[in-house]
Design a protein around this ligand. Structure first.
Ligand code: UDP
Ligand code: MG
Length: 322
């Protein structure tokens, strides 16, 4: 039996690119006949014709599996749903918008055959993205590397190949707050970077605005480091030390020179400063507390409306270990 490779594609409102995507993917996997293929489309609660299109493709191609989620859960969870349902010996995660060139799969597979568990795409250029997005992205990954234990490779998206054992490892992490790039890095295993040039979207619009990106960054930081909480401790220590010496100084000054009742501005500035710092760190505490709250509910990650497996995987033994 040939090795089975699964391609997991999360799709949210992608009617404009889906058939184009399928055509491109088809060309690539058509040339890699030494493998069996399965394409798992995950419809992440799209409001357009994405699911109909997936079904149409599925009718003409027995390699297509579809997972239709009960609503929009976001890309991280959609990806997880795809990984849960993928049957392959190796699994490739790719965006539906053709920003990740399918041609890279050949190199992914080579790396995999050479013994790497993970092969990920590292962008050298990002065409069609604003300088602000590039700037914030670069600095975010630098910062994450400095303040957390996981080393997330810079300029790397979700586009990657993972061996069956890495996927099984990843699927053991069932946290609600899923910062996938961090989780990919956290599990470890030998990995190889493959460089490419990131293209602009083939059609349709990005689903990530700056507010979402900011929340994404918060998710990354709070899921992988308690550094911000530590900052509160040290700033608290510094301010207390300062207050101690300033207090001593004021006492001595009053004893030696008397007190002419001045210092209203100092008082106001001090109160506002301390109030601000306290609110800020209560806020940070809240970010962590809220996440603890969400995790303790232990809800399932997603619900599936309908799963229809690829025809050819029906007769394969189940690959997933639980
Ligand atoms: N996506 C998803 N659910 C969402 C948002 C996005 O499944 O809630 C999918 C989307 O269809 C695409 C991939 O995630 O296949 C990447 O999304 P997008 O291209 O909008 O992100 P960007 O490339 O701009 O970071
Ligand atoms: Mg995109």
């Amino acid at each position: 039996m040939k090795k089975l490779i699964s391609i997991v594609v999360p799709a949210y409102n992608e009617e404009q690119v889906l058939s184009l995507f399928y055509t491109r993917i088809n060309q690539v996997i058509g040339s890699l006949t030494q493998y069996d293929w399965e394409i798992v489309f995950v419809n992440d609660g799209s409001k357009d014709r994405t699911q109909q299109l997936i079904q149409e493709i599925q009718e003409s191609d027995s390699r297509i599996a579809s997972v239709d989620l009960s609503r929009n859960f976001g890309k991280e969870i959609a990806m997880t749903a795809g990984l849960d349902h993928a049957q392959g010996d190796a699994i490739i995660v790719i965006d539906a918008d053709l920003q990740d060139p399918p041609e890279l799969m050949t190199e992914f597979l080579q790396a995999w055959e050479n013994g790497f568990d993970i092969a990920y795409a590292k962008r050298t250029h990002r065409d069609g993205e604003t300088w602000l997005k590039k700037f914030t992205a670069t600095h975010f990954y630098r910062l994450m590397g400095k303040i957390s234990q996981v080393q997330i490779p810079a300029d790397t998206g979700d586009y990657r190949l993972m061996s069956r054992r890495t996927v099984n490892a990843l699927l053991k992490l069932r946290e609600q707050h899923r910062f996938m790039k961090g989780l990919f890095a956290w599990i470890g295993y030998p990995s190889k970077a493959i460089e490419y040039r990131r293209a602009p979207r083939a059609a349709g619009a990005t689903k990530f605005n700056y507010w979402k990106l900011w929340n994404f960054a918060l998710e990354g930081i709070t899921s992988f480091t308690i550094f911000p909480l530590k900052v509160a401790t040290y700033i608290g220590v510094l301010i207390s030390l300062f207050a101690f010496f300033a207090g001593a100084w004021i006492v001595i000054k009053t004893l030696v020179w008397g007190n002419a009742v001045a210092g209203y501005p100092t008082l106001i500035v001090t109160i506002l400063f301390l109030g601000g710092v306290q609110l800020l760190f209560i806020g940070i505490l809240g970010e962590y507390l809220g996440r603890i709250y969400n995790e303790t509910k232990g809800r399932p990650l997603y619900f599936v409306q309908e799963y229809s497996p690829a025809d050819m995987t029906k007769h394969r033994p189940p690959r997933r270990s639980s």
